[in-house]
Design a protein around this ligand. Structure first.
Ligand SMILES: C[S@@+](CC[C@H](N)C(=O)[O-])C[C@H]1O[C@@H](n2cnc3c(N)ncnc32)[C@H](O)[C@@H]1O
Length: 214
């Protein structure tokens, strides 16, 4: 899929609620957005892909980062919209409040992180390709991004295209975001939904992984 905006039409990246994201996220939400099994799957992805001791960027962060509790990192930087949530996040070394839908340029130097995660949030970006393009700049060459999501969202703030697609469609779409961004290679899509005896239990968990070209 090339030129996603062209393929899906002009309304694809609009939302039902086009009021400011700052207003929507002004109230802290000290909740988890997926169940414990799905959180465990995110944590395992970070165990698999993030270098222990590295510099980690938690993009669209809140009061929890889902990083493996047994591992430490040189620094973990959070970027999100709610200061109270970010302040309470015990894994963050520091944080910035920054609206990615008004500025896709990340407030970080080139190659300043070894890995990045975007957890259950990619559906809120109105220009995900631009954000992911710039994310490729701030990671070291080869640094992984883990973009994970389930089948839940704040409906009024998710972009229209997210509502038009099913889980498989979301995987293909996020993969296409990374391809179009042009700063990623070795892109793969995974279904890491928790299962018992082959049967899915609880919230599903999907992820798209890419590695920065540098
Ligand atoms: C569903 S929560 C997920 C939070 C966290 N990543 C987690 O795993 O629990 C969505 C997050 O995206 C952030 N967010 C939403 N819109 C944003 C925007 N325009 N710019 C930056 N962050 C945004 C919010 O601050 C919020 O923390």
């Amino acid at each position: 899929m090339k030129n996603i905006r062209g393929a899906f039409g002009p309304d694809a990246f609009r939302r039902d609620d086009e009021t400011s994201d700052e207003d929507f996220y002004r109230q802290p939400r000290f909740v988890t957005h997926i169940d414990d099994g799905a959180i465990g799957a995110v944590t395992q992805l970070y165990r698999d892909y993030f270098p222990a001791g590295g510099r980690v960027l938690d993009l669209m962060s809140s009061w929890v980062s889902h990083l493996p509790p047994e591992l430490s990192y040189r620094e973990v930087v959070g970027l999100g919209l709610n200061e109270a949530e970010l302040r309470r996040n015990p894994r963050l070394s520091r944080f910035v409040v920054h609206n990615l839908n008004t500025s896709s340029r990340l407030p970080f130097a080139d190659h300043s992180f070894d890995a990045a995660g975007i957890t259950v949030s990619i559906d809120y970006l109105t220009d995900p390709v631009a954000v992911l393009r710039d994310l490729g700049r701030v990671l070291v060459p080869g640094g992984p991004v883990v973009i994970s999501f389930s089948n839940r969202c704040f409906p009024s703030k998710a972009v229209n295209i997210w509502h038009r697609l099913d889980d498989r469609g979301h995987l293909a779409l996020v993969q296409a975001y990374l391809e179009e961004a042009g700063t990623w290679q070795d892109i793969l899509a995974l279904d890491r939904s928790p299962r018992v005896g082959g049967r899915r239990t609880g919230d599903p968990l999907y992820a798209v992984i890419g590695h920065a070209t540098g």
